[in-house]
Design a protein around this ligand. Structure first.
Ligand code: ADP
Ligand code: MG
Length: 167
């Protein structure tokens, strides 16, 4: 498949996946995976994306950052119960100063699908590909297991994940 077809396939399938206890399962796996990091980039879920925001309740003493989307994405520190504003693509965005990417030790990244060679498929805008180009920290992809190891041709510029948590 090419990426366009893979995206179409994955998004259609995703909305029909029975979510059951998947979010709790994934958050529990994340709990182990991020143990040693104190500054962690996360995301606010849209549509049928995996909701991992509960990780903030598990680690009240770590610092978490949420993306804001303008021409490109950047990240802002978010403290639980801070106000969130409506952002692009029905996501929610914190208010505050943009942090340096490299001060974030680890990113938890939403994925539409993941290829057999651990490359991330997103919505087709390439925001994470550009933002994480040259990033040396740890990249965790979260994915429904039905959409992991999908057979599609990824590109050289696609984000390669260091760890995949599927549920
Ligand atoms: P997504 O990663 O959201 O699934 P794509 O991988 O299809 O989206 O990327 C969308 C576009 O982003 C690509 O067509 C490419 O032109 C652009 N892009 C991705 N990475 C880079 C980069 N490192 N520098 C410049 N443009 C990039
Ligand atoms: Mg890409």
């Amino acid at each position: 498949m090419d990426k366009k077809d893979a995206r179409k396939y994955a998004l259609a399938l995703r909305s029909n996946i029975e979510k059951g206890d998947k979010f709790n399962f994934i958050v529990n796996e994340l709990k182990e995976a991020i143990k040693k990091y104190n500054n962690i980039g996360i995301y606010y879920p849209i549509g049928s994306e995996i909701d991992i925001t509960n990780i903030m309740n598990i680690y009240p003493n770590k610092s978490f950052y949420l993306p804001i989307t303008r021409d490109e994405i950047s990240f802002i520190k978010y403290n639980l119960n801070d106000k969130l504003m409506d952002g692009k693509f029905r996501t929610k965005e914190p208010i505050g100063d943009i942090v340096n990417r490299d001060d974030i030790e680890c990113f938890i990244i939403p994925c539409v699908a993941i290829s057999k060679d651990k490359k991330r498929l997103g919505y087709g805008k390439g925001y994470y590909d550009r933002y994480l180009n040259g990033y040396k920290g740890f990249k965790i992809g979260v994915i429904y297991k039905e959409l992991n190891n999908l057979d599609f041709e990824a590109d050289d510029f696609d984000v390669v994940l260091d760890l995949i948590i599927e549920g």
